[in-house]
Ligand binder design. Structure first.
Ligand SMILES: Cc1cc2nc3c(=O)[nH]c(=O)nc-3n(C[C@H](O)[C@H](O)[C@H](O)COP(=O)(O)O)c2cc1C
Length: 222
């Protein structure tokens, strides 16, 4: 694969969820890069992602009484058609934004639950739903590596080719809700199969890990 793939591979290694941000604003170039990426991904996927800037209310309160987030003023709303099949898509395309942002020195955190619904901003069209948001900005730190399941726990069989192993290793570095890593990869002939339980966050996670697998393996599969 190309140079862009190398940058995304590096981003996979460097990315960790970051919940505490500095007050540094996103500059114009970064904003237009993000807007452009979102436009392209929306056109490809039929999703309706939107960037929200300088909006402190969604993360002002500590939803669980903990100082879980600070200074989150920018986020991407992951909106799409309200059906189960969309969860995986949201993960697959949302993670492309996360990793692209990482290549530009930004930090992120996927957030499914711990934000407030701001009614005048978080509007959706009929038949659509807001699945998650991605907090985005300049982190006070770079986060840290999550604990991971071992390779054998997320694959079927053994004796896999190197490209498949590289794909799974990249998937194990991906963000998943509650760090659940509820996914399995299987190589059947030339086909890669990936499964996850049929629950909202697991299906979003499945989309995320499929994207990581493609980057890690260097093969466009899904
Ligand atoms: C779909 C999804 C939803 C998430 N929701 C939340 C959330 O509501 N609050 C939070 O603090 N982290 C949330 N996370 C972040 C996970 O906790 C984090 O990805 C996981 O612990 C692994 O850590 P890492 O991202 O640093 O690798 C979410 C992640 C995903 C993929």
């Amino acid at each position: 694969m190309n140079k862009n793939n190398d940058l995304i591979q590096k981003a996979i290694l460097e990315r960790h969820s970051v919940r505490h941000y500095t007050e540094k604003k996103l500059d114009e170039n970064i904003v237009s890069m993000l807007q452009n990426e979102i436009k392209q991904l929306n056109a490809k996927s039929g999703l309706n992602f939107k960037l929200v800037l300088n909006e402190p209310k969604a993360f002002r309160r500590n939803i669980f009484g903990l100082a879980q987030f600070s200074n989150v003023e920018n986020y991407i709303m992951l909106i799409g058609p309200d059906d189960r099949a969309t969860c995986e898509k949201v993960g697959y395309y949302g993670e492309q934004l996360v990793l692209k942002a990482q290549t530009k020195g930004l930090n992120t955190c996927w957030v499914g639950g711990s934000f407030a619904h701001i009614s005048d901003i978080m509007t959706t069209n009929k038949g659509e739903k807001l699945y998650c948001v991605i907090a985005i900005g300049y982190g006070k730190n770079n986060g840290r590596q999550h604990k991971s399941k071992p390779y054998e726990a997320v694959v079927v069989g053994s004796k896999h080719p190197e490209w498949f192993k590289d794909g799974v290793e990249a998937a194990l570095l991906a963000p998943t809700a509650f760090n659940s890593q509820n996914f399995t990869f299987e190589l059947k002939g030339d086909s890669v199969l990936a499964y996850a339980p049929n629950k909202k966050y697991d299906q979003i996670g499945l989309g995320i890990v499929k994207y990581h697998f493609e980057i890690g393996s260097g093969r466009k599969l899904f």
